[in-house]
Structures are given as structure tokens and as C-alpha cells.
Design a protein. Sequence first.
Length: 289
Amino acid sequence: MNTVALSGVGKSYGRNTALADVTLDLGPGITGLLGPNGAGKTTILRILATALAADQGTVRIMGEDPRSLTGRTTVRRHLGYAPQETGFPRGFTAFSFIDYLAILKEWSDAGTRHEEVRRVLELVDLADVAPKRVGALSGGQRRRLVLAQALLGRPDLLVLDEPTAGLDPAQRGRLRDVLGQAGESATVVISTHQTEDVAALCERVIVLDRGQVLFDGRIVDLVSEAAGRVWMSDTRQPTAQYAWRTGTGRVRNVGDPPPDAELIEPALEDAYLLLVGDAADDERLESAS
């Protein structure tokens, strides 16, 4: 049985449609959500985290209907959620903050609970600041603290919104290792703007735009769709949808290459840019017709 099953899910905020007829099945492993701002990524994550209810369609998480109190409670016992923005109560240390959330997650035995708190703090490399007040932590440390609470109890479903935001390269590398191990048994869903994190971690990628799924499949399959559309040149080419000067001093072009183009292997970012850009072009053409 899949951990998550969404069928025909829709969600609107007033006149703005955040999700439109989204159908997804998610099982163990790491799935990346990519899309521009306003694509609907955070809305999907909040639905998976039972923080938001869909307006249309059906949602099943671990076989439960999160619209019911019983179903929602059951899901939350097996859920780890790290939202993009989190507030912290005043006066807590890093340790006491995680300990407090562990109590809310029904860890009643103090000895077992404290052992688990120390485990997750160590996972995110915060063991040395455990006695430090949260208000005195850096932005990156606070972000890792949010990730630590999501890892409590080795959840079956781990939902992470921009988990690497504000982290330096070394911290991101350590987090990738932690999430990679979690994805061996749990269902991990990550929303991020960092295509390199998705390429490094995920077997599956879902690209969203304007509340709709543009692509759902293996990363290698998405990247293959950009084959023959990425090339290098000395100057920006007029047929490129996207182009930027690289560290070598040459220009990487993404789009429709000229006949004599110096084609190179595409990366996930190239394929993502083309997919979203082509979809936007198609929508403009439909609007004009």
C-alpha cells in the first residue's frame, strides 16, 4: 500500500487556485517537488502534514482519511513535518525545545525521550549547542533544529519544506546523508528550489506549475527530455530561452540550438527550466488564440 494517495485533489484560496485535479501516489523513498513560487508545492505539503484540508478530491495517508479526527491523529503519530517557517517559544534551549515537542508527540518516558532528543540533535549536528537558548542560535542552526524535531521517532512519512534553506554546503551535505538513510524505509517528500539537492537525493521528481503536475517520474527521464537543447557558446545565443555565463567564461544556453551548436549533456536544472518555460509559452499561445 502506498503511504500517500491523492486523487483529483483541488485547493483554492479565494479566487486563486493553488491545486487543480492533482493525483499522486507516494511510497517509500525520496520524492522531490520542484516548481516556481506559487506553483502549489507548499499547499501539497500542508495537506500531507494534515495542516490543511483539500477542497476537492480524496486524500489517504497511511490508509487514513485526515479529514476525520481519528484519521488525523493516527497520521500525526507517524509524521515528521518541517514547515518553511517556524516560530519558537521564548526561553527554550535547543534541548528543551525538542524535548517539549517530543512530549507533544506522546513520548511519556523521560529516559527514552531524552535519549531520542539527543539522537536527533546529533543527526543535525546540534549536540554541542543543546544547552544554548534558541534565541541565541544562528539562522542555520534554528533551521536544523526544526529538522531535528521532524526526525523524532523515525517517522514513516517525512514532509520537508525547503529543508536546506539557510544551510552552508557542509551542512547540506550532512543533511543529504541523514535524509538518504531515512528514505531507505520511510516516505520522504521534499519541496525545494535547489535542483542540485533533488538531483543528489531523489529518485523521483514531481514538477508543479500553477497548481498542476507537469511531470511525475524518474529524474533521469526528465533530464533526457532536455537532450539536444543545451549547448555552449562564446556569447548568448538568440534562440536560447535561458543563458548564463559560467565560471569558464563561456555561456551555457538552454533552448533551441542552431545547427552548428556545441551540444553538451543536460542537467536537471536545464530540463526543469525548459519544462516550466515551455508550459508557460503554451499557456500564452492558448490565451492569445
